[in-house]
Design a protein. Sequence first.
Length: 390
Amino acid sequence: MPKSYTALKASESNKSASLYIHIPFCNSKCSYCDFFSVTDHSLMAQVLDKTMEQTARYIDYFGIKHIPTVYIGGGTPTSLPLPLLEKLLASVGNLPLEEDSECTIEANPETVTPELLALLSGSCINRLSLGIQSFSNSTLKTLGRHCDFKTNFLKLEVIQRLWKGQLSLDLISSVPGQSLSDSISDIDTAISFGPDHISLYALTLEDGTPLAWSYDPDSQAIDDNVWILAADHLEISGYRRYEVSNFALPGHQSEHNTRYWKLLPYIGTGPGGVSTLHTGERGLFRIANLPDLERYLSSDGLLCGAETEEITGKSYIFEYLMMGFRMTAGILKSDFLATFGMELSEVIPETLAEWKNKGLASETDEAVNLTKEGLLFLNQFLLDALSELE
Ligand code: SF4
């Protein structure tokens, strides 16, 4: 094993690490999606076995004693047949979860049935994240979604009746052809089902996706203002924004994602899963599983052929800034000092002064954050920070 693996095992902070399990299967492919997932389910059982094996080996090898949060994402984890899903959840339930670990599973509406909800309710899962995206048939059609308005609505009624855990809904805004009133209507319909948490994403045209072939990113078809005004509507409705695209009722922020933005340790298993561990020497170690089912299945060893990268020095600082300033609470000065052994204000003094002067960043005794307007220019802030770091 390389020297850095010994450091990963020795690092105290890795003893408590979150778990992400990537299930790379979907029933159909949406036209905007660039996540790694396939619609051919023939290797499902083998991939699932190997993923569970990899999860157990990582926990054992890296000496993980506590798992504060679990996120089963994809893909569409609920596209697994119920017996396979049951096997996965039983295996996760036997891991060293903390007593109150937040355990989330992603689902798509067409896969929701009373049987699925009964299985989830009897397992470690206590948070359901549902990819609604829209209640408008024309928007759903543009996005190439498998569901129509009726399915989304009816499945949410089933969830409202049978699901007692937390509920998060995903919506997409700034879709070509979608007006502000369409987006607001989506939000109001979503809120009528009482979710604890809503993720409101602005559509991005990812290279290589069918939607990106159909629309010029500079065209008027994608109106960013729709997202900005829709986000305001969500906040007025009581959902507090705590990250660029995430909103929650008080006390219902996603703990898993917050740990991710704080670059706390997590392991990611399954094809396409990514892990980020602490080296114990002011560094990160990233392990990226191959997004390729056959190669994942045929690779032996702890990493199943994954690519690895050590992130230290300025690259680590920049990544910390990039993730931390996504959160509306910004970066805690004490966390930054404990992580890097220096003050945040020593690292990017000019950028902070300039952005505070313009009213786009603010600072308290505890934290530095971008203001609501500042977050609209997050990329420019990061470019300024990067050029000051270099
Ligand atoms: S369901 Fe999710 S992961 Fe699957 S293709 Fe659609 S957006 Fe991608």
